[in-house]
Structure formats: C-alpha cells, structure tokens
Design a protein around this ligand. Structure first.
Ligand SMILES: [Zn+2]
Length: 501
C-alpha cells in the first residue's frame, strides 16, 4: 500500500532543498519515494500520515560497525586499542560461538540501531577464531528479520598476528610466540572461495542486504589477498573496507615495517580507489591526505570510539578539503558501547573544536548531518539509493515529533538534530517503504523476548570468555612495552589534541 506523509517539515539533505527545511508531503510507493514536495495529491487508497508538527528526514547511516563486539558492551574501560584487542579480539583460546548467539548479538545491535533512527549499517563482521558461513548467515538473518538495511563483510586477517604489530618479536616471550605460530592463518584461496560463496548467498537478499570485502588492515593482510579482494570489490560494485592508522602504534607501523606510511603503501599497491572505505584515518600525514583526496576514497569517522581508546583525532576538515568522502561510524559495540548515531553526531560536532582555535574550520551541524546520511551512503557506495529524501530513492526515513523537549523552543532544526536530539523524539522509522519502528516499538520482532533470550545465554558465554581473557592477559605486559615504545617514536606530527598531560 502507498504511504503519504502530509504537511510535514522535511529535511531532504539532497535535492533542490538540501539542508533547508520546508513544509511538504512525501509519497512512498512500494520500497521507494515516488514524490516529495509541497501540496502533492494523496493517491487513492494510500495510508495517510498526518505530518503536522513532525519532521521527516533520511534515516541515519552507521558507516563502520563491528557487531561482534556487542557481547562486550559495558565490559572494558580505560584501555588503548592494542591492550583492549587482546580481550575483544583474542589471539589465543577462542572457539566459535553458537549460531543462535551470533543471531541474538546481531539482533541486539539491529534493534537498538532502528529504535534510535539508524536505518542502514555497515557491519564489518569478525568472528573469533575465524568466520564461518553459518555464523555469517545467522547475522544476516537477524538483519533481515529486524528490517534494517545492512552491508556485511567477512573481516579477514591472513598474517600471524605478531607480525602485524611493530617490535612484537622483541617483546613477546618466546613461548607465547610459539603458541601463536600453532594457528595458521586462512589461505588466500580458502578466503576467496568463502567470500564468493557469501556474496552469492547474501548479496541482494530482501533488497536490503549487501556483502562487501573487508581485509582488516594493510599490516594485517598479505598484499596478494588485498589485491584479490580489491578486484572482487571492483567487479561487484561493493566497498573495499579496511582500517588504516587508527592509533599511534599503527602510525609507527608503516615507517618501521615498510619504510613508508601505510597510506603510501596502499597507494603503491593500487589499493586507494573510489570504492575504498577507510575506517579512522587518524595518524595520516598531509601527503597521505593528498593521496586519499586524489584517489577519491571514503573515510568512516568514529568520533566516540576514537576517544574511548585514546586513539587521537582524525583530521576531518583536511580530509573534506582534499575531496575525501566522509561518513560517521559507531565502530564496534565495545569501543563505543552503543550504536546510537545521534550520540556520534553530537560528539563529531564538538570534538574538532577543542584542538583547533580557528573556528572557521570547525564542522557545522549540516556537515555532520551530511556525514551521517548522504556521506555515509557514499562510504557504502549506495548514495544513489539512500541518504536523502528524493524521488526514486529507497524510502528509508524517520518521522520525529517536533513537540518534544529536544525541539522546544525550536530554533535551527539542523542544530537541534546534532546538539539536542538523542533519538527519543522518533515516532516512526521506515526502511525500504516498511514501518519498522512505531511509537518506540519494533514492528517485525519481539524485542522483549529476544532480550530475555540473550540475557539467559550470557552466564555461559561469560564463563567461557573469562577463560579467553585470562589466556590473553599473558600478552599484556609485552604489549604495554610496545605501545610505550611506539608513543616515543617521533613521526614529526601528532594527532592528540594536547600533549600537556
Ligand atoms: Zn573497526
């Protein structure tokens, strides 16, 4: 049935009105937006939604997420990436999870995302100890059932973990190095047949699910695997999604391991392309930024995660000026313990002011909104399908009540969305022309029952995971030494807001 939203305030983001709110109607036909504008004629038999006092805007886009961390929500605090990873991405002692737990874990994130206005996620999905088809399928089933739009990956590392961290051979005790060596990484041919199978099974399902390629990071994968993945990404028209220079340790990794920055290394391999999406991009040099702009890559900026891990501040203004496409991400649900993108927008709107006294370079609310909608869609290569309210685009949109505390008194709607609203004004969430959240309730799944089932499964999981943590804690003293050694390495620039201590 057609839907017709009548007399609402519309923030279209794209099209003629752009970031200027206007009063008008939205006609939704099937999974798409048929028309937008003032004084449209409601089609006969359409479900008419009164837009008086309501704001209609595109659904939010989460450009970088690892749902596999969701079972660790609220578990870790005050650790830098390289220490935290020992526990959340264990090197030793991990065993595959039951598929139902993977389903519930993915569903948990999908449910919170939808209820807080996130209609599309990019889930860079990692499984310990390795990805398996029935586990990837369980995650896809959850997104399909919840009604969210999702691009999923099979995150891959094909190097011995110790060879991905500078100086590790000098600091990690020999007996632990031998333990790690007992686990051979996946072969390139096994990886390629896995992703081809995954693409044919999942890509295009329900008109909402896509599959992308995600080699973890240049220092964590062989050039052969990355080049093969890049060819598939190009052929399939999907992102090559990776992580580059999130932390200072990673900033040091390029010069120490390859004699050049990791971005220059990627560029020399031909791996910076319009379909390349880079998570973080914090410890980049000005020359790196120029390479990125020239190649037309995308960056997923994870404003909260970067602060939780003390990773540094991505130079977003410089990246935008160079022509890099910018989206916003929550990152994993342990380095940012929620997938709420209103929180990420709020943080992204503020954090760049602190380390730059030149206020002409601060991000505006419209720039932040763009990154969380149309810019985010570009990072997933679906900017022609979602991210704005324009005829022909998929109907992924939010209806917010503007008579709430967040919008009273009402001044500039864009500022309210970034600095006042937290998702609590959302009345309806529509994905692919279907109402998936109505008055705070998910329409396609039983949230209460799913949460109860997950709670019941947690004691057994946490007992197992405590053992994994104990096995991996053995690495922490060596990793602490490595981090401090890297922090003392002079890169000639810094991405910490302040070195004043
Ligand atoms: Zn990540």
């Amino acid at each position: 049935m057609d839907m017709f939203i009548k007399g609402a305030t519309i923030l279209a983001i794209g099209g003629a009105h752009g970031f200027e709110p206007f009063t008008g109607d939205v006609h939704i036909q099937g999974d798409s937006i048929a028309a937008v504008g003032p004084n449209l004629e409601a089609p006969e038999g359409a479900k008419v939604i009164d837009g008086t006092g309501k704001l209609v805007m595109p659904g939010l886009m989460n450009s970088h997420l690892h749902t596999n961390e969701a079972l660790f929500k609220g578990r870790y605090d005050s650790m830098p990436l390289e220490v935290w990873m020992l526990y959340a991405y264990p090197i030793l002692a991990a065993k595959p999870l039951p598929p139902r737990l993977v389903y519930l874990r993915s569903m948990l994130v999908a449910m919170e995302s939808l209820k807080t206005g996130v209609t599309c996620i990019t889930d860079d999905l990692y499984e310990s100890p390795r990805q398996e088809m029935h586990l990837l399928g369980a995650a896809v089933d959850a997104y399909d059932d919840a009604g969210i739009r999702a691009t999923v990956s099979a995150h891959v590392v094909d190097k011995n973990f110790l060879d991905t961290i500078p100086f590790s051979r000098e600091h990690v005790p020999q007996h632990l190095q031998e333990e790690v060596a007992k686990m051979p990484p996946v072969s390139i041919s096994d990886y390629l047949s896995f992703v081809k199978d995954a693409h044919s099974r999942f890509h295009g399902r329900s008109g909402r699910i896509r599959f992308m390629l995600a080699p973890s990071a240049p220092q964590r994968c062989t050039p052969e695997l990355m080049l093969a993945a890049n060819d598939l990404a190009k052929d399939w028209g999907v992102p090559f999604h990776t992580h580059i220079v999130e932390t200072k340790v990673q900033g040091v990794t390029g010069p120490v391991m390859y004699g050049k920055t990791l971005m220059a290394y990627m560029n020399d391999l031909g791996l910076l392309n319009p379909w390349t999406t880079i998570a973080h991009s914090i410890w980049v040099t000005d020359a790196d930024i120029e390479l990125m702009g020239r190649a037309g890559v995308s960056v997923a900026h994870n404003a909260i995660s970067n602060q939780k891990l003390g990773a540094g501040t991505a130079p977003i203004r410089k990246l935008l000026q160079a022509g890099v496409h910018v989206g916003l991400g929550s990152d994993g649900i342990s380095t940012n313990d929620t997938p709420r993108m209103f929180d990420v927008m709020h943080t992204a709107g503020l954090m760049h002011n602190v380390n730059n006294p030149d206020w002409s370079r601060w991000l505006t609310a419209s720039e932040v909104l763009h990154a969380c909608t149309l810019g985010g869609a570009r990072t997933a290569l679906i900017q022609d399908q979602i991210g704005s309210i324009e005829p022909g685009k998929r109907a992924d949109l939010l209806i917010l009540d503007m008579e709430t505390v967040s919008f009273t008194p009402l001044n500039d709607i864009r500022n309210h969305l970034v600095y006042c609203e937290n998702g609590s004004s959302i009345e309806k969430v529509i994905v692919n022309g279907e109402i998936v959240v109505e008055d705070g309730r998910l329409t396609k799944v039983d949230e209460k029952a799913l949460l109860a089932e997950l709670r019941a499964a947690m004691p057994e999981f946490l007992e197992y995971h405590s053992g994994v943590e104990a096995a991996n804690a053995q690495f922490e003293p060596a990793f602490t030494e490595i981090i401090k050694r890297c922090y003392g390495h002079d890169l000639g620039f810094t991405r910490w807001a302040s070195d004043l201590g």
